[in-house]
Design a protein around this ligand. Structure first.
Ligand code: FDA
Length: 540
């Protein structure tokens, strides 16, 4: 029998959220649908009866908070190996009313690519990792299961003068990262990863494979920053590569409170977004044990000024002397290296070691964590900074960080509506509040999460307001979420949507309503379809 699922689309339209539980048993039909063909369905299908199920599920879990006994598990995991297999997964999922979570490399801060309270299937893109770099065209096609480490590696294999402005941690997947924006050390010169996407291939909710020309500019706009698992399943991205010199410069200077850290952080706020575009200096703040003159241990704050300069030391030093002499940067603090070695440096790998580590999908250490984003328009006064330091001296802050990332440069030049990511001119910098822990258990988790929530409350007077802006790639479900059982209302979604997307939120709702009216692609923070909203209102 020829495979066709379209006749079942109408059936799905009449399903309400209350039908989800009845669909939990449909996974057998879903699997039969996948395998029912003259051709063998060559990708692997895993159910809890399969001995590899747990290891496949856990392999890409990057936050241990979502790897506990209580964590809801999928009914099925599929790992398609081709575009047509992905297409079939979507068609069979629709036919059988299965809820789908798409996973690229699993870095979602709230685990939304592999956890759902609705019975679900994980479509794990781990086998879709082909990267074709075209040096002459200065572009690349990257399959959505690739990591940014793999992408950087493949670019460097072909060219010493091309690079790409995406994130710092090599294990991050391009599927989620590009869908939410994606920033890294070259953002002040070249913007976000999503600013440099020129085409994409996607499977929509009707199972059609579309590219930029066939999906149209509205949908193409929405997928570059509007968040993953919302408008379709992205199969691959075409990106524009950027020019880099043969050598760039890096440095890291660590300053404690005793070395004037508060004044330096305060000054940095006034200058970092106005530096030359080639200069990126972020600050990583954490607590540190230090010894006083009597040899007694005490706690202090460390502010690490961690920098990439897209050029040589000789050009960097005068820029620093003119704009930030207080930091006291010397020639011997700086190292010149190729761009790909700077990727190793920022990832914490030995800079002369084998580049093959960039191909690994496994982080050196996976931990429990909770993070929260903020944006800053006005410098925080020194007294305000000292209030943050006090949080670091609490017990739960043993392994906590506040990371300040400068904006300005190219970020100021791009219109806030060019793509759904709206945080452009006016932002001095972004903050990531981050707390890690290693002990199991709900009580420990509760303590650390409550610590970061208190810190977030403390920050309110100092950061953006109306809305208190947030970055979707630093997903935080504390700021609001859709109903966990599949129903998304416009008003509910607007609470968090305005924070991530500001005035672009309504544009995203418009696209969603057009391309996925039945809300097939859904998660706790996906854009709502107005069709679905009206329908549910009618049902209540
Ligand atoms: P994951 O697979 O969990 O997907 C995230 C979301 O996108 C989910 O909703 C998922 O369903 C959806 N999705 C994934 N693939 C899709 C596809 N092909 N089509 C449609 N939807 C898809 N960010 C940053 O900007 N700069 C940085 O330097 C870092 N560094 C960093 C380090 C570490 C250790 C972590 C854990 C995270 C970051 N991030 C980051 C945040 C990161 O950008 C964010 O978590 C991304 O969404 C991760 O993408 P993955 O594909 O790995 O996640």
């Amino acid at each position: 029998m020829k495979f066709s699922c379209f006749s079942y689309v109408l059936l799905l339209l009449v399903l309400s959220s209350s039908s989800w539980s009845a669909l939990a048993d449909n996974h057998q039909e879903f699997i039969q649908c996948l395998t029912h063909s003259n051709q063998t369905y060559s990708s692997s299908i895993y159910t809890p009866n399969n001995s590899s199920f747990s290891s496949i599920r856990q392999f890409s879990i990057q936050n241990l908070r979502f790897n506990t006994i209580k964590t809801p598990k999928p009914l099925v995991i599929v790992t398609p190996v081709s575009e047509s297999e992905v297409q079939r997964v979507i068609l069979c999922a629709r036919k059988n009313g299965m809820h789908v979570r798409v996973r690229s490399a699993g870095h979602d801060y709230e685990g939304l690519s592999y956890v759902s309270e609705v019975p679900f299937v994980i479509v794990d893109l781990i086998n879709l990792r082909t990267i074709n770099v075209d040096v002459n065209d200065k572009s690349a096609w990257v399959e959505a299961g690739s990591t940014i480490g793999e992408l950087y590696y493949r670019i460097a294999e072909k060219s010493k003068t091309l690079g790409f402005p995406a994130g710092v941690c090599p294990t991050v997947g391009v599927g989620g990262h590009f869908s939410g924006g994606g920033y890294g050390t070259m953002m002040r010169k070249y913007g976000l990863a999503a600013d440099n996407i020129v085409d994409a291939r996607l499977v929509d909710a009707n199972g059609r494979i579309l590219d930029r020309a066939s999906m149209g500019e509205d949908l193409f706009w929405a997928i570059r920053g509007g968040g993953g698992n919302t408008f379709g399943l992205v199969l691959s991205w075409k990106i524009k590569l950027v020019d880099i010199p043969k050598e760039v410069t890096v440095f890291s200077l660590h300053k404690t409170l005793e070395q004037n850290a508060t004044k330096l952080v305060h000054k940095w706020q006034n200058v970092a977004s106005r530096f030359h575009k080639d200069l990126f200096i972020r600050i990583i703040i954490n607590r540190l044990k230090s010894s006083d003159q009597g040899g007694n241990n005490k706690l202090t704050i460390s502010a690490s000024f961690n920098s990439l300069f897209i050029g040589g030391i000789d050009r960097l030093l005068p820029i620093m002397q003119e704009n930030f002499p207080e930091l006291g940067l010397r020639k011997e603090d700086c190292i010149e290296m190729s761009w790909i070695r700077s990727i190793m440096y920022f990832a914490g790998f030995p800079i002369h070691g084998s580049l093959d580590v960039l191909l690994s999908r496994v982080q050196p250490k996976t931990r429990y964590f909770k993070a929260k984003p903020d944006y800053v328009y006005q410098p925080i006064p020194e007294g305000g900074l000292e209030g943050i330091w006090r949080f670091f001296f609490e017990d739960e802050a043993k392994s906590s960080y506040v990371i300040l990332t400068p904006y300005g440069g190219r970020m100021d030049e791009i219109s806030p509506s060019a793509i759904p990511f709206p945080h452009r001119a006016g932002n001095l910098y972004k903050i990531q509040h981050l707390v890690y822990w290693d002990e199991e258990g709900e009580e420990v988790a509760e303590r650390h999460i409550s610590w970061i929530r208190r810190l977030y409350s403390y920050m309110a007077p100092f950061v953006s307001k109306f809305p208190r802006a947030a970055y979707i790639n630093y997903r935080d479900i504390d700021i609001g979420m859709n109903n966990k059982k599949g129903y998304t209302s416009y008003m509910q979604a607007k609470v968090w949507g305005i924070k991530y997307f500001k005035n672009n939120f309504d544009g995203l709702v418009h696209v969603k309503t057009k391309v996925d009216p039945t809300n097939f692609f859904w998660n706790e923070q996906s854009i709502p379809s107005l069709t679905r909203d009206k329908k549910n209102k009618g049902e209540q």
